[in-house]
Every structure is written in structure tokens, then in C-alpha cells.
Design a protein around this ligand. Structure first.
Ligand SMILES: C[S@@+](CC[C@H](N)C(=O)[O-])C[C@H]1O[C@@H](n2cnc3c(N)ncnc32)[C@H](O)[C@@H]1O
Length: 411
């Protein structure tokens, strides 16, 4: 059952120096029932089929897909090889390594902290405990932002500027960038990611490098007036192709985006921390391994980022055509315009409006008035099951807010 140890399936890296990946040998472990973590030799191996049974017994609550992802990581093979029926009896893996990883899963370590990567929108992002693990629901937010990007591109000659507030791993910013650059014909974009965590920005930076995306940090950012730094290169004076760093990473507070000193953007995307304190304590163990700052605002109020950022949109979006995209808590309910239905957990459009109603007016730095009040929200439309559009009137300038219901953070 364990005779073909020295396979070479899609080996991307040389792991000879890495004991974790040195999993193959000829000693078969015949039964998972009699294994004792402390007493089998370090060289003992099991087939993928045997390993799956061990996995099932130790962490029955986790789906088999987790096992295949784990195996792909341990053996440095593709996911499809890890689940290939023909390889279940032929590939073997080190039992001690499997058990160590399963133990970590049992203790709540997220799978993606073990594998170090997470697929988002078809791209493999590096993740660490410093960033939120990208969630599938956020792909919907990206999808809608990309649709707007296409539309805005048809209306503008200049590159479309995208501001990703709370960028974390950079999954939203980089996906938009990569999709825009990869579309036919490619769409010129400038993307900026803002995060308050330097460690998170480090992961975003590494992800950019992994995708071959050049990064400028905020200190290099130029509005294009001088064109000397090459960060935006929007001079257009020499006729030479501008030296564009498509991604700019900014260490800063998304709750004060108008103080970041960055130009207005065509598109603002934001997946903020939105778990309220009450819900945070009910999150599953694996989610508690992720940074608290990524999940819940310091105030403990799930609506803090929306309540703060939405009224500031007139100061950070370009006039007229700019659009904003927010991920909202999954349990947001859009109901009639009575505030009575809003519960402390649900944000609700009612909740959203009541928050805005309570809001003390924001004074923009330039002294102009850009206060949003509930009367500015002309209508709220359900666009798809998960997405809503709010037509808002900011001082006579109509704006569209796209609201996408997000993750339950159950995994
Ligand atoms: C829900 S995560 C989103 C990460 C990523 N954009 C995604 O969708 O997977 C929220 C991110 O906001 C960052 N953050 C928290 N408070 C912030 C603040 N006041 N200003 C900027 N970023 C903040 C956290 O560090 C975290 O990376």
C-alpha cells in the first residue's frame, strides 16, 4: 500500500532541507487504530487514504477538503493530486507531521495559518496571523467593484483610482489590480491600500511582490504634479510611458481617510472590522486566532466604520461618478424605514440611517459643507440576494453606495 513513496507530483519547491516536507519513506503504518503519537518512529508514514481516516477521527467537524489542502501543503503537491483516487494508496505522508498539524487544527488553528496561503478570486494569497484570512463572501464585493471599474473606465480617459480601506492581506486591492491589468484590453488603474496594522501591510506588500506588482509606499506617493518620484507618474508631459507603481500601501487610519493626504478616488472599497463585541465572544475558536483588530472595532460597535466613513465619502470620492463598496455584517436586515426593527446586533438600513441621524456633522478640512443626513438617502434597492444599492445625495451630488452582505466568520 505504501510502495511508491518517491513520487514527484507537481513539486514546486525543493523541500529537501525542510523536515516537514521530507515525509516519504518506505515504512508503512498499517493501522491508524493502534497509533500512539508518542511511540511511533519519526519515520513512520501512512498512505493518503490512511491519513484521511486519522483526520476524520481526530477532527470530524472539519470537511475532507481541509484534509486535501493539508496534504497538498505537507507533500507539496496540487490539491487535485491530494484528492486523486488513484494516488490515495500510493502517496504516503509522515505520520508525525500529519498528527502535529491535526493537533493544531483540533486546537483551533485555522487551516490557512498552517498552509500559509488562501485562495481568493483564483489567486493564492499569502496569509499570516497578522491578517484576516480572506473570505469567499468578499469575492462578491470585489466582483461588484470590478463591474463598476469597467463602467467607469468607459467614462474616463485617466486611470481609474481605487482606494481599499482596511486592506489587510491586500486581497481586495491586488485582485482588482490584477483583474484590471489582466482584462482585454487592460484597464489602467492606480490602487491604494490603507491599513492601521504595519504587520498586515507587510503581508500585503509580500503578496504584491509574489504577483509581480510593484509597490510604492505612501511617502513616495505623488499627485503627479512633479512626476519626479515615479509613484504615480501622471505627468503626461514627456510622452514616455509613465512609471507607475500600481499599488500604494499606506499605513494609516481608515476612520480618518480624509487626513491621509491622498487624492480622491473613483472607487472606494472597504471590508472593515464589523463584528460587535457581543458577537465577537461567540466566534468559533479558529476565528479567534485571527487578529482581533481585523474583526471588531475598538469601540465594540459593529457599525463604527460605516458610521464614520460613509459621511466622509464626499471628501474621498471623485466628484460625480465615484462609487463606494462596503461589506456589511451577514445578518444585516434591510427592512422598512422604522428604526424600531433594528436590534443591537443587526445593523439594518434602519440602523445605518439611525446611526447617520445621530451623527454629529463632519467638518471637512477645507471648510466646505459635506454633511450627509438621512434625507440624502433617496432609495435603497435590493440588487441581488446579497447586494443592495443605496442612492444617496451628497449635497446635490448623487452617489451610489454598494452594500454587500459579508461573512459569518464561522470558519
Ligand atoms: C475585515 S479585515 C479586511 C481585510 C481584507 N481587506 C479582506 O477583505 O480580507 C479588516 C482590516 O482592517 C484593519 N483595520 C482595523 N482598524 C483599522 C483602522 N482604524 N484603519 C485602517 N485599518 C484598520 C485591520 O488591520 C484588518 O487588516
Amino acid at each position: 500500500m505504501n510502495h511508491h513513496s518517491h513520487h514527484s507530483h507537481h513539486s514546486h519547491h525543493d523541500h529537501d532541507h525542510d523536515p516537514e516536507h521530507n515525509a516519504m519513506n518506505h515504512h508503512s503504518h498499517h493501522s491508524h487504530h493502534d497509533h500512539d503519537p508518542d511511540h511511533h518512529p519519526a519515520t513512520t508514514t501512512v498512505t493518503l487514504a490512511q491519513g484521511r481516516e486519522i483526520f476524520r477521527q481526530c477532527v470530524p467537524q472539519l470537511p475532507h477538503t481541509f484534509y486535501y489542502e493539508l496534504v497538498a501543503h505537507i507533500c507539496n503537491i496540487s490539491y487535485s493530486d491530494a484528492k486523486s483516487p488513484t494516488l490515495q494508496g500510493t502517496i504516503s505522508l509522515n505520520l508525525a507531521t500529519l498528527e502535529a498539524h491535526v493537533q493544531r487544527l483540533k486546537q483551533g488553528t485555522p487551516l490557512h495559518h498552517i498552509t500559509g496561503t488562501c485562495n481568493f478570486y483564483g489567486y493564492d494569497f499569502m496569509v499570516s496571523p497578522s491578517v484576516l484570512i480572506p473570505r469567499g463572501e468578499t469575492e462578491i464585493l470585489v466582483h461588484h467593484a470590478l463591474t463598476a471599474l469597467q463602467r467607469l473606465h468607459k467614462q474616463h480617459n485617466d486611470p481609474i483610482t481605487v482606494l481599499d480601506l482596511c486592506t489587510g492581506s491586500g486581497c481586495i486591492a491586488l485582485t482588482i489590480l490584477l483583474e484590471a491589468m489582466g482584462s482585454t484590453p487592460s484597464i489602467p488603474v492606480r490602487v491604494m491600500g490603507v491599513d492601521i496594522s504595519a504587520d498586515a501591510l507587510g503581508v500585503a506588500h509580500q503578496n504584491a511582490l509574489n504577483f509581480g506588482v510593484r509597490v510604492a509606499d505612501a511617502t513616495h506617493y505623488s499627485t503627479g504634479a512633479t512626476g519626479s518620484t515615479g509613484a504615480t507618474g501622471a505627468t503626461g508631459s514627456t510622452g514616455a510611458p509613465p512609471k507607475v507603481s500600481p499599488l500604494t500601501l499606506v499605513l494609516g487610519d481608515a476612520l480618518a481617510p480624509h487626513h491621509l493626504g491622498i487624492p480622491r478616488s473613483h472607487i472606494v472599497v472597504c471590508n472593515p472590522p464589523y463584528i460587535c463585541a457581543q458577537e465577537y465572544s461567540c466566534l468559533p475558536l479558529s476565528t479567534l486566532h485571527e487578529p482581533k483588530i481585523a474583526l471588531t472595532p475598538p469601540s465594540g460597535r459593529g457599525d463604527e466604520f460605516y458610521a464614520t466613513i460613509i459621511p466622509l465619502l464626499p471628501m474621498i470620492l471623485v466628484d460625480g461618478t465615484g462609487e463606494a463598496f462596503f461589506e456589511l455584517p451577514h445578518n444585516t436586515r434591510f427592512t422598512a424605514t422604522s428604526t424600531a426593527t433594528a436590534t443591537p446586533i443587526q445593523l439594518g438600513v434602519d440602523g445605518l440611517l439611525s446611526v447617520l441621524r445621530k451623527f454629529s456633522p463632519v467638518s471637512p478640512p477645507d471648510g466646505s459643507s459635506s454633511i450627509v443626513s438621512p434625507e440624502n438617502f433617496s432609495s435603497i434597492w435590493q440588487h441581488t440576494t446579497l447586494t443592495y444599492r443605496v442612492y444617496a445625495d451628497f449635497n446635490g451630488t448623487p452617489r451610489v453606495l454598494h452594500l454587500v452582505l459579508g461573512s459569518q466568520y464561522k470558519q
